[in-house]
Design a binder for this molecule. Structure first.
Ligand code: C2E
Ligand code: MG
Ligand code: MG
Length: 561
């Protein structure tokens, strides 16, 4: 910046009445040319008229005006001044002249311009960069979106660009990027935005999208154009690209999230082999988000002590003996009341929270069992174990430790229920954990048996002692011959493999009787008792009598001990 001050004075109409030497030097005009001329002689055309109207209004009102002005010198070049204009007032308070003091700030202004350009543009390709893109997005999203068409935000990433760099060097890589940028500009429309946000990543914004089929076609054209052969430094180069795209305002999120969604879709396009377009799935994203919320809420429930266990007895139908109880998870929601596990466990089972919950269930169930044992009951406690929990390397060790914490309990008091399908899907892993548990003496049951399509060879390899016939088959046992055949087959299978068998979901004595006729004496179900709180168990057990259940039909085809 030139530090010398530039002075001038004008009359009320702007006619120049005085200039100092510095004024002449900077503007390139001689003093003679300036005096008597209107100040407009320096007008650069850079500022809107309103800028000067405002300035005149201020000084005519007797106030000092400050601002930065771009002037044009005699030779046509532009220069910037930092200007202060002071109205001079006579004894009567009337303005009779305006005095100006200015400093030349041209250099600083040029520097700023260069910086701004640098911030907004990608140096290699000259395309708008990430900062400029975000600015653009924010402008769009700040206003409510009108119209029926959408805006497509596309993330384009070259497939395996790294190998071009590795093979031909970065200079060639840079030239390829420049060429890709040029092709992208060419293949998009005037109102669209093409920007480069990093290495080989480009963001395209296509406006006025009304049909996804049109969008698909446009983007396919982009892929074809980018994917056509290149010749760089006489070397033929082939490359393809993957595009992920999301639509605004269908996907109504912040600017950053839009880019992230497009990026996610692009990643999927790559996973599916690249050289393709992948549309972001808004519905799926919303579901995922809802799942995250559920998991977070259940985590809170676990922390706040809103989870509890109910217990459902397993009995011998022939002699009325109570074998033990199955612990079933409940969520006592402060507003929604009691929520069954089917409403939150499927989501939670996809996350590691199920491991914390499973461990909590084990602790709680074993503590409860120890209490009942101290009261003289020799029951087993069945605990359901989720796949994710069960597949942990340390699962068997954790079970061992927990059992050791209750010295009165023996391992055979604990019965782990594992879904048949889970055990089969992970037979290698499952077997290691199952073997370790069995060696410890812990009992194992295959839950919901019959729904997991296990083959005989699998069953042979699974070391579970007990098979639990799924309740859907039990439900149809009286009315559906297929169900009855299935139940019978499962029972025979159990006998052949020397496994115990228990039926779940036994609701009526008629069902119980049929089961016994088919060879299954052990049962669990609403007909015997619904799951109940821990407090309710002792009195239920004291009053339980299988005769009460069996009283429903009169004739008894078997003896009750
Ligand atoms: P499951 O292990 O097969 O448990 C049996 C389910 O059937 C229980 O539902 C039980 O209340 C219900 N039930 C019992 N008898 C009858 C009957 O006669 N009729 C009918 N209609 N239903 C009967 P619940 O408690 O809602 O549990 C559902 C599933 O949630 C369980 O199926 C189990 O897979 C899972 N689950 C429950 N607690 C836990 C837990 O602590 N950890 C894990 N990982 N899963 C659990
Ligand atoms: Mg179960
Ligand atoms: Mg079951």
């Amino acid at each position: 910046m030139d530090a010398a001050a530039i002075f001038s004075e004008t009359d009320l109409k702007g006619t120049i009445t005085y200039v100092n030497e510095q004024f002449c030097q900077v503007s390139g005009y001689s003093r003679e040319e300036l005096l008597g001329a209107n100040h407009r002689i320096l007008n650069s055309g850079h500022h809107p008229r309103s800028y000067f109207i405002e300035m005149w209004r201020t000084i005519a009102a007797g106030e000092v005006w400050k601002g930065q002005v771009c002037n044009r010198a005699k030779d046509g070049s532009l220069y910037w001044v930092d200007s202060t204009i002071v109205p001079m007032v006579d004894d009567e308070g009337k303005i009779y002249r305006y005095a100006s003091i200015r400093f030349n700030i041209t250099e600083k202004q040029h520097l700023l311009e260069r910086l701004r350009a640098k911030v907004g543009r990608d140096e290699l390709t000259g395309l708008p960069n990430r900062a400029r893109l975000t600015e653009y997005f924010n402008q769009i999203i700040a206003e409510p979106y009108k119209g029926s068409s959408q805006m497509a935000i596309c993330m384009l990433d070259l497939d395996d660009f790294k190998s071009v760099n590795d093979r031909y060097g970065h200079a060639v890589g840079d030239q390829l990027i420049t060429e890709v940028a040029a092709r992208l500009k060419m293949v998009t429309r005037a109102g669209d935005v093409v920007s480069r946000i990093g290495g080989d990543e480009f963001v395209l914004i296509l406006n006025g999208v009304s049909q996804t089929s049109d969008l698909q076609r446009s983007l396919q054209r982009v892929l074809t154009t980018v994917g056509s052969p290149y010749v760089i430094e006489d070397k033929p180069i082939g490359i393809t690209a993957s595009i992920g795209v999301t639509l605004y305002p269908s996907d109504n999120v912040s600017a950053d999230t839009l880019v992230r969604h497009a990026d996610q879709a692009m990643y999927q396009a790559k996973q599916r082999g690249g050289n393709r377009v992948q549309l972001f799935d808004v519905l799926h994203e919303q579901e995922t988000r809802a799942s995250h919320q559920t998991v977070a809420r259940v985590q809170e429930a676990l922390r706040n002590g809103e989870l509890l266990l109910h217990y459902q007895p397993k009995v011998n139908l022939r002699n009325g003996h109570i074998l033990g109880f199955e612990a079933l998870l409940r969520w006592h929601h402060p507003e929604l009341g009691m929520i069954p596990p089917g409403e939150f466990l499927p989501v939670v089972e996809q996350s590691d929270l199920i491991v914390d919950i499973g461990n909590w269930v084990l602790d709680e169930a074993l503590s409860q069992l120890a209490i009942w044992q101290a009261q003289g009951h020799n029951w087993t406690m069945a605990v359901n174990i989720a796949a994710r929990h069960f597949q942990r390397d340390d699962f068997a060790e954790v079970v061992r430790t927990k059992l050791q914490q209750h010295e009165t309990l023996r391992p055979e008091n604990l019965d782990l229920e594992i879904l048949e399908s889970v055990a089969i899907d992970n037979i290698q892993h499952a077997n290691r954990n199952l073997d370790a548990c069995r060696q410890m003496g812990v009992k194992l049951s295959l839950d919901d048996f019959g729904t997991g399509y296990s083959s005989l060879s699998y069953l042979k390899r699974l070391p579970a002692q007990t098979i639990k016939i799924d309740q859907t088959f039990v439900r149809g046992i009286l009315t559906d011959s297929n169900d009855q055949a299935l139940v019978e087959a499962i029972i025979r299978l159990a006998v052949a493999f020397h496994r115990d068998v228990i039926a779940e979901g036994v609701e009526s004595w008629a069902q119980a009787r049929t089961l016994m006729l088919l060879g299954c004496d052990l049962a669990q179900g609403y007909g015997i008792a619904r799951p109940m709180s821990a407090e309710a168990v002792p009195s239920w057990a004291a009053s339980f009598n299988i005769r009460n259940f069996s009283q429903q039909p009169r004739e008894l085809p078997f003896s009750i001990a």
